[in-house]
Design a binder for this molecule. Structure first.
Ligand SMILES: Nc1nc2c(ncn2[C@@H]2O[C@H](COP(=O)(O)OP(=O)(O)OP(=O)(O)O)[C@@H](O)[C@H]2O)c(=O)[nH]1
Ligand SMILES: [Mg+2]
Length: 319
């Protein structure tokens, strides 16, 4: 199944879907596809959305896609599922919700899960973004659930990061704890119909005032109205996309976009070195039992991890 990348670039939806599925499964050959399409990537504005499970991220993403279509922008959406027990089952709902864009070739929606090795998710997210980018999508929205490290990693992929907070969940404290404060470019107060929305707004504001914003961008707080009130919901999400665009303009003008692209490229070379060099070695050492032998040696204090690593390096990296 070669040429999937090229076909995706020509607008072949099935080829794009297949390619992303192959990435999820970590099939051999996907790297070759990325090599083909890579020169044509790097143009899209990548927006990351993170927040606790059920915060309304998919509902928001869906409406953002509609808002960007009104601005004549094409949209790629990737809902990332870390296949954790916390998030199981969320994706089916996403697919159903996103049906409203099914007839629109300007919107491409995919979910992404990985069953692969550790660190595989980040690589698959990066590669998935490349596919949507090569397809020519102007805006790429990546939804990740804010559990564990995942949400912090989104800064390696996104130019603009939205942190979604919901009243009544002690979110502002959680955001601080989870290090979300540092990565947010825009805070979204979602489900504004719920009790405590204005309190959450105030607390988030207080939190922001304690921060230091050296680069000149103070993250705005945008309130998104109740989804059950379609007109004000659509209006507030449209305002949100204006803020997002404003952030992008800021990145371009201040040259911070280059800093973010540098960070992204750094993460990518780290991932690919791991995938190309470390993983094959680990796979072989696992298959031939040497890894287990080394683990035993460490446990019995026969040898330390550094000496063992040096032995492995000598064996594999002789030049
Ligand atoms: N009351 C209220 N409920 C909302 C609002 N927006 C979304 N919801 C509901 O919140 C629930 C979760 O919404 P999702 O959009 O699936 O949330 P999510 O953050 O994508 O969820 P996960 O992907 O599972 O983490 C759904 O039942 C939505 O209908 C809102 O503005 N007000
Ligand atoms: Mg979701």
């Amino acid at each position: 199944m070669a040429e999937l990348g090229k076909r995706a670039m020509e607008g072949d939806i099935r080829a794009a879907s297949r390619l992303i599925r192959n990435m999820e499964d970590n099939l051999p050959g996907t790297e070759a596809e990325i090599k083909d399409i890579f020169p044509f990537t790097g143009k899209a504005h990548v927006i990351g959305i993170t927040g606790s499970p059920g915060a309304g991220k998919s509902t928001l993403t869906d409406e953002m896609a509609a808002a960007y279509r009104k601005k004549d922008k094409t949209v790629g959406v990737m809902a990332v599922d870390p296949t954790s027990p916390f998030t199981g089952g969320a994706l089916l709902g996403d697919r159903i919700r996103m049906q409203r864009h099914a007839e629109d070739t300007g919107v491409f929606v995919r979910s992404l899960a990985t069953r692969g090795a550790m660190g595989g998710l980040s690589k698959a997210v990066g590669d998935g973004i490349h596919v949507l980018d090569a397809m020519g999508k102007d805006v790429i929205i990546v939804e990740t659930v804010g559990v564990g490290q995942q949400e912090v990693e989104i800064i390696n992929h996104a130019h603009t990061v939205l942190v979604v907070l919901v009243p009544g969940m002690g979110d502002e404290v959680q955001a601080l704890k989870a290090g979300l404060m540092e990565i947010a470019d825009i805070f979204v107060i979602n489900k504004a119909d719920r009790d405590g929305a204005s309190k959450l707004y105030q607390e988030t504001l207080n939190m922001l005032q304690m921060g230091k914003w050296d680069d000149g961008w103070i993250p705005p707080i945008v309130t998104v109205e109740n989804v059950a009130d379609p007109i004000s919901f659509a209006q507030s999400v449209s305002d949100l996309t204006d803020k997002i665009d404003e952030h992008y303009q800021f990145l371009v003008k201040s040259n911070i976009l280059a800093v973010r692209k540098h960070r992204k490229a750094t993460a990518e070379i780290n991932e690919s070195l791991r995938a190309t060099i470390l993983e094959p070695i680990l796979n072989e050492l696992t298959a031939n039992g040497e890894l287990e032998t080394m683990i035993q040696k460490i446990m019995k204090r026969e040898l330390d991890p550094y000496s063992l690593a040096e032995l492995v390096a000598k064996k594999y990296m002789a030049s």
